[in-house]
Design a protein around this ligand. Sequence first.
Ligand SMILES: NC(=O)c1ccc[n+]([C@@H]2O[C@H](COP(=O)([O-])OP(=O)(O)OC[C@H]3O[C@@H](n4cnc5c(N)ncnc54)[C@H](OP(=O)(O)O)[C@@H]3O)[C@@H](O)[C@H]2O)c1
Length: 324
Amino acid sequence: MSSMPEKMISSAEGPRPVPVIAMGTATESVIAGIEAVTPSTLIEAIKAGYRHFDTAAVYKTEKSVGEAVAEALRSGHINSRSEIFVTTKLWCNSCDRHLVVPAIKQSLKNLGLEYVDLYLIHWPLKLIQDEFRGPVPIECIATMDLKAVWEGMEECQTLGLTKSIGVSNFSSKKIQQILSFAKIPPAVNQIEMNPNWQQKKITEFCKANGILVTAYSPLGAFGNRSWGHNRVMECDILQNIAKSKGKTVAQISLRWLYEQGVSIAVKSFNVERMKQNLDIFDWSLTQEELKKIDQIPQRRHVYLIGTMALEHNDIMDEIDAELD
Ligand SMILES: NC(=O)c1ccc[n+]([C@@H]2O[C@H](COP(=O)([O-])OP(=O)(O)OC[C@H]3O[C@@H](n4cnc5c(N)ncnc54)[C@H](OP(=O)(O)O)[C@@H]3O)[C@@H](O)[C@H]2O)c1
């Protein structure tokens, strides 16, 4: 097993470790709906020390993740399936009570696995579409019955199809709703988070409720033309800190997240950058550096309107507003 630090989350078996950095697998080709990464790239990630993959039904990368895990087992890079933590997500087109268990079964088939470690509701939103196609027409956008879908998620855990369940892009208001009826509370909330969108309120709320936050787009999805921006990687404050410490801006951002007590999903399909992004555990930020990072102007980037749909509609507007 790698020496990567771990966080603990609730699971069917009691508290269970999660490797703190996951290799993200979402790319711009999500939008095109094509397979975006080869298993050999992900095997490089395992060789570099990654033991956690973040995938989703909508990313079309579950098959590659599963093949990489199988190949890593065959070639002896890992000794058992249990050494890899796999997170995948329920897409919005399966956000109906009767579709949740079939959706995780399809994901498990794609992955070639008997269970995943963590299953998340990708967005608190229902889409009436067989396959994701953006921009989503208004008539395909619907409100999700959260209680019914969460029951489906709980069934996934009870059936042993996933060890833990959680959510992604959920506001504290929506999580409170789940907590009011859940038999199994969410273990994780995966959200946009980086030094330019620090998410203090929701991280405090999650911490108080025993929910681990996972930060996505920790580098602002730099270079990604669909949902990326350069405000993290070109931030003066981060650049100055990086220069003075002999680190890269990516490492400063990832280290800052690590020091916030969250876990991180960061994507790189470049072997050198994969290694660089793991090299954050044997040094730390000073109080003065942390204070400077606190002063970075805050700006959220991921909104449903603009990425998933072009026209305003009440359902997406409400989700977008709650996430502020
Ligand atoms: N739950 C959700 O709704 C949601 C939304 C977005 C993302 N996610 C998950 O979170 C993962 C990470 O987020 P993300 O992919 O949006 O963005 P990200 O990890 O912030 O950024 C990835 C981009 O940064 C580049 N990069 C990586 N390391 C670098 C480094 N050290 N120096 C310079 N550039 C570097 C990558 O290019 P190279 O590959 O060329 O290195 C890639 O283009 C996703 O892959 C996905 O698994 C979840």
